[in-house]
Write a protein that binds this ligand. Structure first.
Ligand SMILES: Cc1ncc(COP(=O)(O)O)c(C=O)c1O
Length: 371
């Protein structure tokens, strides 16, 4: 890529870089006629579950469906409150709403993930669960979250849409609670050619319910209809492509961590920035850098300067935190999130950018603050 033009994410390259291999996979699956609920899908589900160290995985149409389905399977009563981070996608909150519950956003902590103290402060007699978001490819402080959940008798589920392969104390994101969702949206670390997702499940009975709901109520064992369900199945072509990509996933993570290290080395001296933790800075966390999100003083000025320099950047969720959706009925106060959302910006972070690109971006950021 021309180092002086760096898009935030080069979508065409997702296809073009592997076009021949991908065409072969599409041809293989299509030639068998196995488009829906066939071997390519069950093979991928097994591979994904093994990769994550989870007993079960179910391919679904997208991660948002995944959350709605596992919450329906767990059984939410009207008015049940589930605590989430204020810094997450609206999908985390809307899944709770669709399942009949009430999403309660709370503030973020020092690492921009849900703050366990804020979680405990938000517990009421109506709280039934906690759904932390494993954001930007980093897993939350799950010891504290599980301890709070045990203390108050709450369930834990995870929005691990951004965190496939991320670990806390050696355990994979998505395996700490009853169930979790993973997203394969194209720009995700494991990206498909369209919408796609999966649910990881820790318990056989819950797995069977989730399986039924995602396939018209049909049972995984005998195909009998056991309940009302819907169609949220993962296509076999997408599953076969994801299976293939998962084989080299460790290489992808290693590359993203290298990029994060370069950003860190080049930018850590700028006191105008607060960077995410560098890889290997904390032995409890293994981050996969879904995003490289930082705080920047004069964020909007920096963004304009980057745009002028033909470097793509993004403000997550279009710059609106969950508690700021007043039109959707939220009225919580989250001062740390509030401050962070005035300063947050994401720099390009993906395997399409070369070291030359990363240095070019760093040069421009340094130039902006030192000019
Ligand atoms: C934190 C988070 N939750 C949920 C989702 C929803 O995933 P999907 O687009 O697969 O429904 C995303 C996707 O961007 C996400 O980043």
């Amino acid at each position: 890529m021309n180092p002086s033009v760096v898009p935030f994410f080069d979508y065409p390259r997702l296809w073009l870089d592997d076009r021949d291999e991908m065409l072969e996979i599409i041809d293989q699956v299509s030639s068998t006629g196995g488009f829906i609920m066939q071997k390519a899908l069950s093979d991928f589900e097994k591979q994904l579950a093994d990769y994550c160290g989870s007993p079960y995985a179910v391919g679904v149409a997208n991660a948002t469906d995944g959350m709605e389905i596992f919450l329906e399977a767990i059984g939410i009563e009207p008015g049940d409150e589930i605590i989430i981070s204020s810094h997450t996608m609206l999908a985390t909150a809307s899944a709770i709403k669709v399942a009949g519950g009430v999403p309660i956003p709370v503030d973020i902590g020092y690492d921009n993930l849900i703050d366990p103290e804020a979680v405990e402060d938000a517990i009421t007699s109506r709280t039934v669960g906690i759904m932390p978001t494993q954001l930007n490819g980093r897993t939350c402080d799950m010891d504290s979250i599980l301890e709070i959940a045990n203390k108050y008798g709450l369930f834990v589920v995870e929005d691990a849409a951004q965190a496939l392969g991320s670990k806390y104390k050696g355990k994979n994101a998505g395996t700490f609670g009853l169930a979790s969702d993973i997203s394969f949206f194209p720009a995700k670390v494991l990206g498909s050619f369209g919408d796609a997702g999966a649910v990881l499940v820790n318990d056989r009975r819950l797995y069977e319910k989730i399986y039924q709901i995602h396939d018209h109520g049909r049972d995984v064992n005998d195909g009998e209809v056991k309940r009302w369900g819907r169609n949220s199945r993962l296509d076999n072509i997408q599953a076969a492509i994801l299976s293939h990509k998962l084989l080299d996933y460790e290489g992808v993570i290693t590359r993203r961590r290298e990029i994060a290290s370069i950003y860190h080395k080049r930018l850590e001296q700028l006191e105008e920035l607060k960077l995410p933790p560098s890889p290997n800075s904390d032995s409890n966390h293994f981050d996969v850098f879904q995003n490289y999100e930082l705080s920047a003083s004069n964020r909007d000025g920096l963004r304009q300067f980057l745009t002028k320099s033909k470097i793509g950047s993004l403000i997550q969720w279009g710059g609106t935190a969950i508690h700021q959706f007043k039109n959707l009925g939220f009225n919580q106060e989250c001062p740390r999130t509030e401050k962070f959302f005035k300063e947050c910006i994401m720099l390009p972070m993906n395997i399409f950018i070369s070291n030359e690109n990363v240095h070019y971006i760093a040069d421009k950021v340094v130039e902006f603050y030192r000019k």
